[in-house]
Write a protein that binds this ligand. Structure first.
Ligand SMILES: Cc1cc2nc3c(=O)[nH]c(=O)nc-3n(C[C@H](O)[C@H](O)[C@H](O)COP(=O)(O)OP(=O)(O)OC[C@H]3O[C@@H](n4cnc5c(N)ncnc54)[C@H](O)[C@@H]3O)c2cc1C
Length: 378
């Protein structure tokens, strides 16, 4: 479903905008099945890796339709920017998640209910199909992610942390912010007391009656977390003059040529590959392969432009001197830099510098700033 190249990503984007964007807000909640995905963009594996970026997507959509016709789609595209900013301002949500996950892994490693869930052997046909789809296609529709997480937490009664790990191991768009906060939101601890309960009628309606016998716990109370998080004081400033140093890019910025720093001169670009040895959550083989193909594609595009570049493993950063890094954001790569006490001069995207200051409250509040964000860059 997802070919690992910028050329393919652009093709998909252009095709979606040309043929399907108009009906997006009407049809987006339907999961018609893995072979019928034209009602949504399926761009997330590319956006997550920076193969294409949010502004490029918004810009192209606005060349086709007005802001008001496009508003729903633009809001969705900016949800991920919002989630990322929200987590930047509360990074302990991520580190606490990893600690909790570590404890639960041990507790559940022989739990039959858990093993049945990740092997797609539950009594729920729809859930089992989604497990297989996740492993085979490395993607699930947004509504299905909500049903999946809700069934995992409230019907199968498994810890959300393990479900979030299962997603991260398999999703081509796996993202520390959207995934962790998406699962927290379904559980009812992101917006305290407000959970998402999947129901039989809703699944039937939005899957076009593809599944029968969906016996769910439709009355479960939200999960409760005692933890509260105060806002971290963080600045996302760039240097006034970007000097000619080396540049590190991580897996979230794999199209240097569309970044805000494309015109700056760098001595050499190092594309950092992070294989499983240095990750808390071990990725499936297919996902590791997908990432390395995207990295190769970026390397080739840089070579075609005669830009000096090299792919290195994250453990080799220690051997490099005098560098900037495009900010990897809260997640596994930043954890590696912090745990190895690597002091890095980060370069932040202009979009994030503007948008993240509006992520201190809920998305409802963030939405008010969307016209300002869009007009700043358009
Ligand atoms: C439990 C759960 C876990 C999730 N985990 C991830 C994840 O790891 N990575 C990830 O990118 N998204 C995640 N999402 C959000 C969303 O499901 C996907 O971004 C979306 O399904 C991607 O499909 P698409 O590109 O066809 O989306 P479209 O509907 O075509 O939307 C266009 C773009 O908008 C962004 N977007 C849309 N909906 C959301 C959303 N709810 N939150 C954040 N961004 C959104 C994505 O970048 C997407 O590519 C999760 C949602 C839930 C409920």
């Amino acid at each position: 479903m997802f070919e690992a190249s910028r050329a393919k990503a652009i093709e998909r984007l252009d095709n979606f905008i040309e043929n399907n964007l108009l009906e997006y807000s009407k049809l987006r909640n339907f999961d018609f099945g893995p072979d019928k995905r034209s009602n949504i963009s399926c761009l997330s594996p590319y956006i997550t890796h920076g193969i294409i970026n949010e502004l490029e997507v918004i810009d192209k959509s606005l060349k086709k339709f007005s802001f008001s016709k496009n508003e729903k789609f633009i809001q969705e595209v900016l949800w991920r920017v919002y989630w990322k900013g929200w987590l930047e301002l509360r990074p302990n949500v991520w580190s606490d998640y990893l600690i909790e996950l570590n404890n639960l892994r041990d507790q559940f490693k022989s739990n039959q209910n858990y093993l049945n869930a990740i092997e797609g052997k539950t009594d729920l046909e729809c859930f089992n199909q989604w497990v297989n789809e996740l492993k085979e296609n490395n993607y699930l529709h947004n509504h299905t992610r909500m049903w999946f997480a809700s069934i995992w937490i409230f019907t199968l009664e498994l810890p959300w942390q393990l479900g979030a790990e299962f997603f991260m191991q398999n999703l081509y768009d796996g993202d520390a912010a959207s995934n962790t906060l998406g699962w927290r939101w379904v559980a009812g601890i992101q917006t305290q007391g407000k959970h998402y309960l999947a129901s039989e009628w809703n699944i039937k309606k939005f899957t076009n009656n593809r599944f029968q016998n969906i016996k769910l716990n439709e009355n479960a109370p939200p999960k409760i977390s005692e933890k509260t998080y105060t806002l971290a004081k963080k600045e996302f400033n760039n240097p006034q003059n970007v000097e000619e140093k080396n540049l590190l890019i991580f897996e979230n910025h794999l199209s240097f040529e569309i970044t805000d720093f494309k015109k700056s001169k760098f001595e050499k670009i190092y594309i950092v590959s992070n294989k499983n040895e240095n990750r808390s959550i071990k990725l499936s083989e297919k996902l590791v392969k997908f990432k390395s193909l995207l990295i190769e594609d970026q390397k080739q595009r840089l070579k075609d432009k005669s830009i000096d570049c090299e792919v290195i493993d994250i453990s080799e950063i220690q051997n490099i001197e005098n560098y900037y890094a495009l900010y990897p954001a809260v997640g596994e790569n930043l954890d590696y830099l912090n745990s190895n006490s690597l002091k890095v001069d980060f370069l932040y995207r202009n979009l994030d510098q503007l948008a993240w200051q509006f992520c201190n409250k809920g998305f409802f509040n963030f939405k008010n700033y969307i016209p300002k964000i869009v007009s700043t860059f358009n």
